[in-house]
Design a protein around this ligand. Sequence first.
Ligand code: FE
Length: 339
Amino acid sequence: MCIPSFNFHIITTSFLISLFVFVSSPLHAEQVVVYSARIEQLIKPMFDAFTNNTGIKVKYTTDKEGALLARLQAEGRNTPADLFITADAGNLWAAAQAGLLRPFDSHILKSNIPEHLRDPNNEWFGLSIRARTIIYNTDKVDPEDLSTYEDLADSKWKKRLCLRTSKKVYNQSLVAMMIAEHGEAETERIVKGWVSNLATDPLSDDTRAMEFVAAGRCDLTIVNTYYYGRLLEKDPNLPLGIFWPNQKDGGVHVNISGAGLTRYGKNPQAAEQLLEFLSSISAQKLFADVNMEYPVNTNIMPDPLVASWGRFIQSNINLAKAGELQTAAVKLMDRAGYK
Ligand code: FE
């Protein structure tokens, strides 16, 4: 009695298998191609999780953001890339400006990502937050004397400030956001004040600036939080403290690592799925924690080490301003003598 039904079962199963083989033939094999300015170790864990969840393969190329942007531009309609990932809203804004990104109106992204951390035109989306904050030498500075970015222009900090070079997009975005907040004239006054308080010529990177502070060659600087985490992980005894400025006025300046769909990607639906996945609770935890950043999704706590730096109020001016005012910021820093 049960033999016929057994046969039927085998027939059904083999039919389904052949159907599955047909559907997943190479022509239809689902994949998504990513160009990423975030290095492999910061993206691979999320891509692996996405592939595990969906069966969609993720192929990726990593390089500097400038090289990837040039490549997207040169490839035009023929680009194999579906998704572009990079740090700093200034870079994402530039990609959108160059017509390389495609808007994506997604209620999932809108509900997972606060409004100020995504493009008003939906062409790019923040996926992790880095705060650009004040780091000070704990032997030389009483945090009671610290208050705002603007206060670092006060003559009480004469020959005590270290800054990273103005050539880095992080500082261009910081100054652009200050222009959005204060206007050009006031921002120029502040930046000139910073320059007149410098203890040494601007330094090549955030880590070097903190090393100068730790060595007593200056007393304080402005850096991205994850560099602070990385340096203290290497040497927990460094006399470096973290301070959250502007808690009563304007909030801490934040920036993002983020992504946008490319205009000419060949796998648009898989790319949309990946982007939405990266904003989800499970991926957000990984995306932020691997680089000691803060999740953009406010339903998630940061990594315990990052959380130990304390909570802070962040600026809620839309980060599109970092792009829109970038040229003005570069010119302003030049006028102010900030090299
Ligand atoms: Fe960085």
